[in-house]
Every structure is written in structure tokens, then in C-alpha cells.
Ligand binder design. Structure first.
Ligand code: ATR
Length: 283
């Protein structure tokens, strides 16, 4: 086990594992959190070969590591690997945060709470009694459903290019809240207060087929992706008079803050970190 000391204080090792990983912002974010809260934390990025995830985690545990973030494409594998899970991770079917204690792996998923905190705390968007549209029915959508439904929206509709995936996903969560699923033709006559894009469409520079009448007055639109430029969905939202048009940078920082809290029992302040990342993105 490698022991690193900082002015006599042992530094605890954390890392993010993924493939690809070189562009991950997690090391910067957690280093800022550690400085801000004066925690002795070293956080690195580890590139893991496909097929090598279990071995990589084993090596990290053997070296005395305290915690991991897990990103694409290993979140489902992490879910299978951990010894215990939080309820939100259990239902998400994916783990993005591992806490290591006595060689045991506790798995959690902070993506959903990251999204909810960004919407409600950072942007003042109440979800209670609202009609929410969640676009996409893949892992990203599944990962945020429990925290969204726990905010008690009036309804949550999952819309997907492949309608059956949305219907199946809604069925999996019917016990948590009022959730339904279907294809884009099923939302032709519906209106929403909050529209969240959890599809991979923005990555491909594409826009899901949204009806022009989709938004209520005062609607907010949120793309879980982020980039220097607005995504096609964000441009659509602006053209359709959404009052708030947001990207997923805040969600990224908020999910990291929740992971940091799970590991260190201290909640870092996120506003300055989001601002710093935003400034870097725009340069
Ligand atoms: P992730 O883990 O990122 O959610 P995924 O499980 O592959 O990735 O899911 C991607 C989601 O984006 C799916 O809901 C997909 O729709 P299908 O289930 O019909 O494939 C959706 N998606 C991807 N590209 C899209 C596009 N151009 N327009 C609309 N939806 C798209």
C-alpha cells in the first residue's frame, strides 16, 4: 500500500474510472472540493481497458484506495461488483460512486440527486406538482428516475424513439410515482412544465422530434449534456420561449459534491466550482 503524507496527515486516494477518461473533469472538481474543505484527498483519473474493470477495482482496493467514481461504460458492471447498494443505486441499475471500507464496496448513484439539486437549488425550479417530460429511456434516464419522482411531480412522462423501452422503464418505477412512457407521437397533444433531455441525441448533434406546442408558459428545459455551445435541444427550447434553458454542467458538479459527501461526510460548496468550469469551457 502506498502511503502519501501531507504535512504529517495521510492523503486518501480516490479516482474516477472510465473509458475514455482523459477528458474527465472529475479530478479538477474533486481537487477544488478538497482544497475548499481542507480534506487530504488525492483524486486521479484511471483509464480502464474494456474487460479489465473488476481487476482495476481490485488493484485500487488493494492499494488502499478509499473511493471511486465510475463512468461510461462501467456503471452497470460496478452495480454488479459492489457488495451493497443504496436504494437509489439499486433502482438505477447503475453505480457511479463506490465507497471502500474494510475492503467492502458500497455502491451509490448520485446522478439523480445531482440533477435534482441543480434544478431545485441552483436554478430555483420547483418539481413538486409539475408535469415533467423525460426524453430517453437508456441508462442516463433510468439513473435519475427515483430522485425525480421523489420530488412529487404531478406526472412524469418518459418519451423515447423506441416506445417500448419507455413503457418498460415506466413500469419499473410505477411504485415510486405517477410515471408513464411512450413514443413521440404520444406527446403530440401534451404540455409540460419541465423537459429534460436524457437521450444521446445531443452527442450526435441531433434533436428528438418535439411538437411545437410542447411547452407550458414558464417552462424550463434541461439538457443533461453540456458543451461550450448550446445543444440542438437548448436551441429548440430558446426558440420555443422556455424561460430557463440549462445544460448539464451543474449536474456534473452536483453529482460530484454528493459523492464527496458520501466519502468525506462534508458537503462542498458548488457555486464557485460550477462558475470556474463554465469559464474554462468558454475559453
Ligand atoms: P445512455 O446510457 O447514455 O442513456 P443508451 O442506453 O444507449 O445510453 O440510451 C440512449 C438513449 O438516447 C435512448 O433512449 C435512445 O433512444 P432509443 O432507445 O430509441 O435508441 C436515445 N437516442 C439516441 N439518439 C437519439 C436521437 N438521435 N433521437 C432521439 N433519441 C435518441
Amino acid at each position: 500500500m502506498k502511503d502519501i503524507f501531507d504535512f504529517g496527515k495521510k492523503i486518501d486516494d480516490y479516482a474516477v474510472m472510465g473509458n475514455p477518461i482523459s477528458h474527465s473533469k472529475s479530478p479538477s472538481i474533486h481537487t477544488l472540493f478538497a482544497e475548499q474543505t481542507q480534506q487530504s484527498v488525492l483524486y486521479t483519473a484511471i483509464h480502464v481497458d474494456l474487460g479489465g474493470f473488476k481487476q482495476a477495482v481490485g488493484n485500487f482496493v488493494a492499494s488502499g484506495g478509499k473511493g471511486l467514481n465510475i463512468t461510461v461504460p462501467f456503471k452497470q458492471e460496478a452495480w454488479e461488483l459492489v457488495s451493497s447498494r443504496s436504494e437509489r443505486a439499486e433502482r438505477a441499475g447503475a453505480v457511479n460512486t463506490i465507497k471502500i471500507e474494510n475492503d467492502q464496496l458500497f455502491g451509490d448513484n448520485t446522478d439523480g440527486v445531482g440533477l435534482v439539486n441543480d434544478l431545485t437549488i441552483n436554478h430555483g425550479i420547483e418539481l413538486k406538482n409539475k408535469n415533467i417530460l423525460l426524453m430517453g429511456a437508456g441508462g442516463a434516464a433510468r439513473g435519475v428516475l427515483v430522485p425525480l419522482l421523489k420530488q412529487n411531480p404531478s406526472s412524469l412522462f418518459i418519451v423515447n424513439r423506441t416506445p417500448d423501452r419507455a413503457k418498460d422503464l415506466a413500469l419499473d418505477f410505477f411504485d415510486v410515482g405517477n410515471v408513464q412512457g411512450g413514443g413521440y407521437d404520444a406527446i403530440a397533444e401534451l404540455k409540460f412544465d419541465i423537459v429534460i433531455n436524457a437521450t444521446a441525441a445531443s452527442l450526435q448533434g441531433e434533436l428528438p422530434p418535439l411538437p411545437d406546442t410542447l411547452l407550458n408558459d414558464n417552462a424550463s428545459c434541461y439538457d443533461m449534456m453540456y458543451a461550450a455551445k448550446p445543444t440542438p435541444f437548448m436551441l429548440w427550447a430558446t426558440e420555443h420561449n422556455a424561460v430557463k434553458v440549462l445544460d448539464g454542467l451543474g449536474m456534473l458538479v452536483e453529482q460530484a459534491a454528493e459523492s464527496f459527501y458520501i466519502w468525506r461526510n462534508i458537503k462542498p460548496e458548488t457555486k464557485n466550482v460550477i462558475e470556474k468550469l463554465r469559464a474554462e469551457l468558454n475559453t
